[in-house]
Design a protein around this ligand. Structure first.
Ligand SMILES: Cc1ncc(COP(=O)(O)O)c(C=O)c1O
Length: 319
């Protein structure tokens, strides 16, 4: 090699940060590997074009929560994107059970992904691609830290609008997150902790990994369109019915949020989380009484066989 040839630094060179991976297990390209070895080729269109769909279900105290609903949404997303999976629904569920069991995690964040993959002939035609399925289980993660969950998230309403639903169907869970990520940076710059985006008509939509509810005049309002139909959102609406709390699924105006008695966000990564302030204005209560009642019932339901499915092959820890 000529002396003038620039040297490519090796990733182990001093000063190059080593990437850390959480404990857990992934299933990729037909085998189980530790998270540090779960890698997709850079030519996968899931990476190059965000041409992929995914779903996240959680495991709490060794039980899946609403596994059926997550699997149904994932299969619907796969079909809408004209992707295909290497197995049927029963095979998918069996694999998710085995992934969690092998991880040994009692509280887990479990993701299933289908990417477009790439074409074996390197054509640009997505019909030629061989789709790739990946699943993994890592420790349960929260959209808000313990302090934020106690006193409520400080939300900012971003100036960047959510990608229009007519362009990218938000009911297909997707990785088109640049609007949300830009919104997060805007929120941090304006002293907030997380963000919600409006649609092009100025109605509120959702945030990075969560749906939004505003409780006004005792009614829990959440947007009807332009959002992922979150499983936790659906759960919150069902729990509202069970508790006799009125709800409204309709376009959500900014004034409904700023004039709310209380507000909360919903996510598989954290459940029902109170909102403390909007654009720097504190809400009257955080967590408010509706948020508290819903949250208590939400966690209580994690032991109810209607929604909770024990992970097969995951034995209780000795502690
Ligand atoms: C954009 C977006 N909205 C809402 C949600 C909440 O959906 P779920 O309750 O199914 O976790 C998510 C979850 O990741 C999301 O990515």
């Amino acid at each position: 090699m000529p002396d003038s040839q620039p040297q490519v630094p090796s990733p182990t060179d001093e000063g190059t940060p080593q990437t850390q991976f959480p404990p857990g297990i992934a299933w990729i390209d037909g085998r189980f590997v530790p998270m540090s070895e779960a890698k997709i080729p850079v030519l996968d269109w899931g990476f190059l074009r965000s041409d992929a769909t995914y779903d996240v279900v959680h495991v709490w105290k060794r039980r899946f929560f609403r596994l059926d609903a997550h699997v149904e949404r994932f299969l619907a997303s796969v079909a809408k994107l004209r992707l295909s999976l290497p197995f049927d629904r029963a095979g998918l569920e069996a694999l998710l059970h085995e992934t969690v069991a092998r991880s040994g995690l009692e509280d887990a964040y479990v993701e299933m992904i289908c990417t477009r993959g790439h074409s074996p002939t390197f054509s640009r035609d997505p019909r030629d691609a061989v789709n790739r399925f990946v699943a993994f289980a890592i420790p349960f993660g929260w959209i808000a830290n313990p302090e934020q969950r106690r006193r409520g998230l400080h939300l900012i309403v971003a100036s960047v609008p959510r990608i229009p639903a007519a362009s990218v169907d938000p009911t297909v869970k997707n990785y088109h997150w640049l609007d949300l990520v830009n919104g997060m940076f805007e929120a941090y710059e304006r002293g907030g902790e997380s963000v919600v985006l409006k649609d092009l008509e100025g109605f509120l939509t959702e945030g990075p990994g969560f749906n939004l509810f505003a409780v006004k005049d005792g009614v829990a309002h959440t947007p009807d369109a332009g959002v992922l139909e979150g499983i936790t959102r659906r759960t919150a609406l069902e729990l509202c019915s069970e508790l006799g709390i009125a709800s409204a699924v309709a376009p959500l105006a900014m004034e409904t949020l700023t004039g709310a008695e209380e507000a909360f966000v919903t996510s598989t990564a954290g459940g029902i989380v109170p909102v403390g302030s909007v654009d720097g204005q504190a809400l009257p209560a955080a967590p408010g009484p509706v948020t508290q009642r819903l949250s208590e019932l939400y966690w209580h339901k994690h032991a109810d066989p209607t929604w909770a499915t024990p992970v097969r092959g995951l034995s209780a820890s000795a502690t």
